[in-house]
Design a protein around this ligand. Structure first.
Ligand SMILES: C=CC1=C(C)c2cc3[nH]c(cc4nc(cc5[nH]c(cc1n2)c(C)c5CCC(=O)O)C(CCC(=O)O)=C4C)c(C)c3C=C
Ligand SMILES: [Fe+2]
Ligand SMILES: [Fe+2]
Length: 365
């Protein structure tokens, strides 16, 4: 396949040499209607890392069946979670970007340009990489907003970045963070978010820890996603000091008819309902922003499944969204991976720690 290497403005000696950070999330439709959903689903479901099927056969199924039925159905679901400012996924991703940029600015003396992009829809990875190059970014750190690596999520994000870099003449330095399912800052933020919720609303009989599913065959083909989800689940339960019978890891959002990772969240909730469990809380650590899959599939559909089967109270614990511990965890990961590219300045917290230490030392003398 031939590839066009794009022209660039003439090279300038002494031109600005900036560091950029690109956060990547999945993407969301532009509006909750069938037309926008058709565009979104066509792009999403044409990604070879999302649907691994013989191309010609998948083209027929996608265009002949799925794009005629799913856009209308999905649009109705999106309409239930849409806000006056737009799609929750986009709003949270935008806010996270602004907040982490502000924290980095406090701590680094060479301030990186922080942008976000979406694998599917807008703003696209191509557009944002181009914009970062125009702003003088010659070194770019890519952090995908999927803590657990799956070929269909973080893999897809990295693939799209590499495709765009492959078209550039003057390719920037690139660093990538492919996963952080066991990062201590991420786990501490998840645990704090759950504790905050329990402080306000009390505790459940069972904590259901639900992750987005993927086809089971991808596990057999070497995708680490299943193991990374299990590890996040275990570390979160340990941080919350839960015993084995107080939590359950499971997988949601099955698409199509093949076997996906199990147990399925819907079946777990039905079973807990049948056992007349007094209260179930569900948390979704794989989604750092609330989106269709958490707000509709879990908080609405999941609640109905559980209560109709005979269960008592159902609570959905919101995603990390703009939780300060999560923003700090992102900042720390970014700083770690920018090592050597930017110089760290002592933060307010560091200065405070030094003042305290000086006072303690004074008292000891
Ligand atoms: C968290 C990581 C995700 C993985 C892994 C993932 C795999 C995956 N998804 C589909 C099919 C669909 N997913 C849809 C929505 C959606 N998926 C994720 C995340 C992961 N997907 C998010 C964050 C969202 C919500 C986006 C939003 O706008 O709020 C959809 C579209 C909605 C619908 O019509 O149901 C589809 C389709 C597959 C096939 C797959 C792995 C093979
Ligand atoms: Fe998905
Ligand atoms: Fe779903």
């Amino acid at each position: 396949m031939s590839r066009i290497i794009l022209p660039e403005p003439a090279y300038q000696h002494g031109s600005i040499d900036r560091v950029g950070v690109l956060l990547i999330n999945l993407g969301t439709p532009d509006a909750p209607n069938a037309k926008s959903l058709r565009t979104y689903l066509r792009q999403f479901l044409s990604e070879p890392r999302i649907v691994e099927f013989p191309r010609w056969l998948w083209w027929l199924i996608l265009n002949g069946i799925i794009l005629n039925i799913r856009p209308g159905k999905s649009a109705k679901k999106y309409a239930q979670i849409w806000t006056p400012e737009g799609s929750p996924l986009k709003i949270h991703t935008e806010r996270q970007t602004e907040l982490v940029a502000a924290l980095l600015k406090k701590q680094l003396n060479s301030v990186p340009i922080v942008e976000y992009a979406m694998i599917v829809g807008n703003p696209s990875i191509a557009e944002r990489l181009q914009r970062m190059r125009e702003q003088g970014c010659s070194r770019i750190l890519v952090l995908s907003l999927f803590p657990q690596y799956a070929a269909s999520s973080a893999g897809c994000a990295l693939d799209s970045v590499f495709t765009e870099l492959g078209k550039m003449r003057n390719i920037p330095d690139i660093r990538t963070v492919k996963h952080y399912h066991d990062d201590p800052g991420y786990i501490a933020a998840l645990a704090q978010n759950v504790r905050d919720y329990w402080e306000k609303h009390g505790r459940p009989d069972k904590l259901v820890i639900s992750f987005h599913g993927v086809p089971r065959k991808t596990l057999e083909m070497g995708d680490p996603y299943h193991c990374e989800c299990q590890k996040t689940g275990r570390l979160l339960a340990e941080a919350l000091e839960l015993t084995n019978d107080q939590y359950q890891v499971c997988f949601q959002s099955r698409f199509g008819f093949s076997q996906w990772l199990s147990p399925y969240t819907s079946e777990v909730l039905k079973e807990l309902g049948k056992q007349e469990t007094g209260r179930v809380d569900v948390v979704c650590p794989g989604f750092v922003s609330d989106c269709l899959e958490t707000l509709e599939e879990i908080a609405m559909e999941g609640k109905t499944t559980f209560t109709e089967a005979g269960g008592g109270e159902f609570h959905y614990i919101p995603s990390l969204n703009e939780h300060p511990e999560w923003i700090k965890a992102m900042r720390d990961m970014i700083q770690t991976h920018l090592a050597g590219w930017v110089v760290r300045q002592p933060s307010e917290e560091d200065a405070e720690q030094s003042r305290k230490r000086a006072l303690e030392l004074g008292a000891e003398e």
